[in-house]
Design a protein around this ligand. Structure first.
Ligand SMILES: Cc1ncc(COP(=O)(O)O)c(C=O)c1O
Length: 384
């Protein structure tokens, strides 16, 4: 795939290596938002079917991306909403525990901590072995070893949000199935940029904020709820999630049945007439590019950076645990961190500081020039 910068409206003077912070808006999504906004001038043009059709389309596109049935997709406003929905439907026997990653994103960590407190369950925090040059091998092994017949639920990110470290979701999902644990994955930092297959990875619930790798607007996320959540309780009682909701004339013939599918977990006002068309355009574009195409693009783009780091004898994670779209730079020993920070700003390079690390994230709008500039800045930040 060639560079796709022309489909975005990024400031040409900025090197935006920060899709893990927020994805830029596609021009097509911007146009969809403008059309939707103008439509709000005359609500008579919004017909009852419009309360459902936008959501249906988005669900079909997301289902294609993660390999599930569109009926198992629900719209959420944030990842924390998705976690609360899933965890609210998980029971726990005495003596069972839950598992979370070390330094997990706070929305996931707090959701699981609260569930543990309510259920008097222990929370096991699993990290890599300390002191190793790389983390992938030991971290994955430690996760697998910690899942036992006493595990009620594992909640973890698909790749570590601070450094993109890839987890072996297929083996972890299989282990969860073997012991009967529920597997909840926060796909926010990889879905759209790396393979996500809920069937192959045996994921029970996949929760994604939409505003990063899905190029969606802030405030609209999306989730998959597998059969473990069939017939469950939603967080709230939206009229839209009842089986008779399309019959606007008879809404007060109160229907106590929720829709059969995961649509019962949709957030209230899921028909959001402005945000849904934006996410729809973005998912359409991602499916056209294909995740495989995006991954390959990012891999080729970042190859010179890794070559540079290896030349400078910087420890790089083993290939199989590296994400191509998101990674933390371990800096060459002779780089002055303050000098580097100033240099990044002066050269208008946008990256994120997460923990002690410099998080770089790339996507199809980035060019070779962005990576060349980053290498130049690293080189010029060396202590003389
Ligand atoms: C792994 C991960 N999950 C979730 C989020 C966003 O969470 P929320 O939708 O609850 O604001 C982020 C934001 O950086 C993230 O990195």
């Amino acid at each position: 795939m060639d560079n796709q910068k022309h489909l975005f409206s990024l400031d040409p003077d900025i090197h935006y290596l920060n899709c893990g912070y927020k994805g830029p808006l596609l021009k097509s999504a911007e146009q969809a938002a403008i059309r939707a906004l103008v439509r709000e001038r005359n609500p008579a043009s919004i017909v009852p079917e419009d309360f459902f059709s936008g959501a249906r389309e988005v669900k079909v596109r997301f289902a294609e991306l993660v390999n599930c049935d569109p009926m198992q997709v629900a719209l959420i406003p944030s990842s924390s909403y998705g976690f609360a929905t899933a965890l609210g439907n998980i029971s726990c026997d005495p003596g069972q525990h839950a598992i979370v990653l070390e330094d997990e994103f706070p929305s996931g960590y707090f959701s699981l901590k609260t569930w543990c407190d309510k259920n008097h369950a222990a929370l096991k925090i699993v990290g890599p072995d300390k002191g190793g040059a790389t983390q992938g091998e030991s971290w994955n092994k430690n996760i697998l070893d910690s899942i036992t017949s006493e595990t009620a639920v594992v909640l973890m990110s698909s790749v570590h949000w601070m450094n993109g470290l890839k987890f072996d979701l297929e083996s972890i999902g299989q282990k969860c199935k073997t012991v009967g644990a529920i597997f909840i994955v926060d796909g926010t930092q990889s879905t759209g940029a790396a393979e996500m297959d809920v069937k192959r990875f045996k994921i029970d619930a996949l929760v994604c904020a939409g505003y990063k790798w899905l190029f969606g607007p802030y405030g609209l996320g999306i989730s998959y709820f597998g059969h473990a959540f069939d017939g469950g309780e939603p967080l709230e009682e939206s009229w839209l999630n009842r089986t008779n909701s399309q019959d606007f004339g008879n809404l007060t013939k109160y229907d106590h049945e929720y829709t059969e599918d995961s649509g019962r977990y949709n957030v209230g006002e899921m028909s959001n007439f402005i945000l849904l068309p934006m996410l729809n355009e973005a998912l359409k574009q991602i499916n056209e590019w294909t995740v495989h195409g995006i991954e390959n693009y990012c891999q080729q783009l970042t190859a010179p950076l890794y070559e540079y780091l290896r030349k400078r004898e910087v420890e790089v994670e083993e290939e199989k645990y590296l994400s191509h779209h998101l990674f933390a730079l371990k800096l060459p020993g002779d780089i002055d961190a303050d000098h580097l920070k100033k240099n990044l700003e002066a050269n208008r390079i946008s990256v994120s500081n997460r923990g002690e690390q410099l998080r770089v994230s790339v996507n199809v709008f980035n060019t070779e020039k962005d990576i060349e500039k980053l290498i130049q800045v690293l080189e010029s930040s060396r202590l003389k």
